[in-house]
Structures are given as structure tokens and as C-alpha cells.
Design a protein around this ligand. Sequence first.
Ligand SMILES: [Zn+2]
Length: 139
Amino acid sequence: MLELLREAESMDLRGIGQVLGRGFSLRCPRCGTAPLFRGPFSMYPDCLSCSLRFEREQGYFVGAIYINYAATAVTAIVGYFALDHFVGMPRTQQLITWSTFAVFFPLFFFRYSRSLWLNLEYFLNPEHSRGEQVGGPRG
Ligand SMILES: [Zn+2]
């Protein structure tokens, strides 16, 4: 019993490491080799290597917006308190700094949030991912 728990725990840790590794390297969640993006904000519809369909249904990437929002809000809040505590930055400068950050960081993090969402969803629901796209025509 204890062996099974240890094995399951190590599989989860490997899986989480894979989600983060492939997520931050902007790679396909299934094969881990092909890139997700062909431009700064445009994705390939399917994996170039294993043909996994990336956007499985309309509105699929709404979860990526939550990830992007959470990363922006948490970074801004922690950054605000860190600058306040360690640097003693005035509130006006803080407001300008974190307002600018809140505009530009989500643009920078857009690709990572989509990739993290795709990898997380594939990790949690791989059977659903396998059944949908095999052998379908492209385009
Ligand atoms: Zn792939």
C-alpha cells in the first residue's frame, strides 16, 4: 500500500514537472517536441509532430485568461508589498509602476498562459485529448 502511494506521488510530481517544463517551453503537451506558436500571438491549429488539436472547442482557452490574470495579480500584489517593504517606494510611483506592469505583463505572458493551460488540461484529461483528433483532416 505504501509503495503504491509513493509511486502515485512520484508520478504526480513527474507529471507536474512535465506540465511546467512543456508549458514554459511552449511545446506540445503530448509529444513535447513541436512548438505551439507560429507567431507572437498566433498558434498552430494542430501539433506539427503528433497532430494533437490544440483548441478542442470554441472558448477552450478561456482558462488561459484565468491563468494570465492570476499571474498578473499575484505578481503585482507581491511586488507592491516587496517594493513598499524593502525600497519604501511612494504610493504614486507604486501606482504608476504596477499600472504599467498590469498593461504589459499580460501581453508578455499570453503565450505562456495558453501553453500552461493546454499542458495542464492535457495532464488532467489525456483520454479526452486522444479520442478527439486522431486522423481528422487539417484546416
Ligand atoms: Zn505533439
